[in-house]
Ligand binder design. Structure first.
Ligand code: NAP
Length: 322
């Protein structure tokens, strides 16, 4: 039980973790096993759901240790059970604000908790196109992560489509060529935003076809993706092409709105950490997972950085004891 929730004089926790995806829960396992009695604000709505992006994924086949795969929600649930087993206390609330200007740090949801250290692991949300078929076909052929989902049987030897013109779009399209018979990159302009080397790779790849000045307006199929409806933004003409998978690579939005002005963010809103660490610009505040990583964005890299944050917080607390 969190002391503040009991209405007692406010107790200062050693560490509060914000977020319950693989980064937050790995930090929780490590902090709990280090006797730091972590409080974990799980998040309810802020990042889409408690447990983060993994909970909106079906099969996870690339998390080491699960040779037969595991569903995203089950993987998160197992991490949570592991954290709780060692003493992490879960608070099923979103954090609305933090105050890092004074010691102790203050974390505010419906419950207010004071802490000597805070680990932020609130993740990021993949941007969606919001085409009409999206709700029906999400995880049934529409995905925002080729690396997570691209190797699934439903995409093998099929024609697939990637939306976007940045490095992610090209990287994901290249990755998909390992399984697909053809990959279309649909980009709304006539030039890619991706770096030159990535552009060259896409242009020269025999299995990648670029569709310029084109936007996705809908997907076809009821139980699975059977096609895409595309619009040429120059002529205004629409057409349908038969594809069995649609991957969004149009960027992510880090869940950092609640910390603006408190911690240094980069120009796209990600938390800035000191290289090779999880240290942020605010004393006693550490960040891990996708909220500080626009590049790798994998469950396993998030979990690894969650471990780093726990060790950084532990060392910080030890150096400030007494
Ligand atoms: P990004 O660079 O922001 O690119 C997003 C792309 O999606 C842009 O081409 C954009 O079009 C398009 N887009 C955005 N909203 C759209 C919409 N509603 N409809 C259609 N298209 C839309 O994002 P990213 O590719 O995920 O990259 C994020 C960061 O990670 C970048 O700094 C990138 O360099 C880095 N990254 C690096 C690597 C690598 O080095 N291997 C790999 C992946 C990512 P416009 O171009 O018209 O704006």
């Amino acid at each position: 039980m969190v002391a503040a929730a009991q209405g007692k004089e406010q107790f200062v926790e050693k560490v509060v973790i914000i977020g319950s995806g693989p980064a937050g829960l790995t930090a929780a396992v490590y902090c709990a096993r280090a006797n730091l009695n972590p409080v974990v604000f799980e998040g309810v709505m802020a990042g889409g759901s408690a447990g983060g992006q993994l909970t909106t994924t079906t099969e996870v086949e690339n998390f080491p240790g699960f040779p037969d795969g595991i569903t995203g929600p089950e993987l998160v649930e197992r991490m949570k059970q592991q954290a709780v087993k060692y003493g992490a206390r879960m608070v099923p609330e979103d954090v609305l604000a933090i105050d890092c200007a004074h010691a102790p740090l203050m974390v505010k949801g419906d419950t207010e908790v004071q802490a000597h250290a805070v680990i932020i692991a609130t993740g990021a949300v993949a941007k969606r196109m919001h085409v009409p078929a999206e709700e029906r076909l999400w995880n049934r052929g529409i995905s925002a992560c080729a690396v997570c989902d691209g190797a699934l049987p439903i995409f093998r030897n099929k024609e697939l489509l990637v939306v976007g013109g940045g490095d992610s779009a090209v990287e994901e399209a290249s990755y998909l060529t390992n399984f697909a018979s053809m990959v279309y990159i649909v980009h709304r302009r006539d030039a890619l935003r991706a770096s030159q080397i990535m552009v060259k790779r896409a242009m020269e790849h025999p299995k990648i076809t670029l569709l310029w000045n084109t936007v996705l307006v809908d997907a076809l199929g009821t139980q699975k993706v059977e096609g895409a409806v595309l619009k040429d933004v120059v002529s205004g003409a629409t057409r349908e092409i038969p594809v069995n998978g649609i991957f969004y690579a149009i960027g992510h939005t880090p869940n950092t709105a609640f910390i603006e002005g408190q911690i240094k963010l980069n120009e796209t809103g990600y938390i800035v950490t000191v290289p090779s660490s999880t240290v942020t610009s605010a004393e006693g505040v550490f960040a891990c997972g996708d909220v500080q990583d626009s590049r790798y964005r994998q469950a396993i890299t998030a979990a690894g950085s969650g471990c780093m944050a726990a060790l950084d917080a532990q060392r910080y607390l030890e150096s400030h004891e007494g």
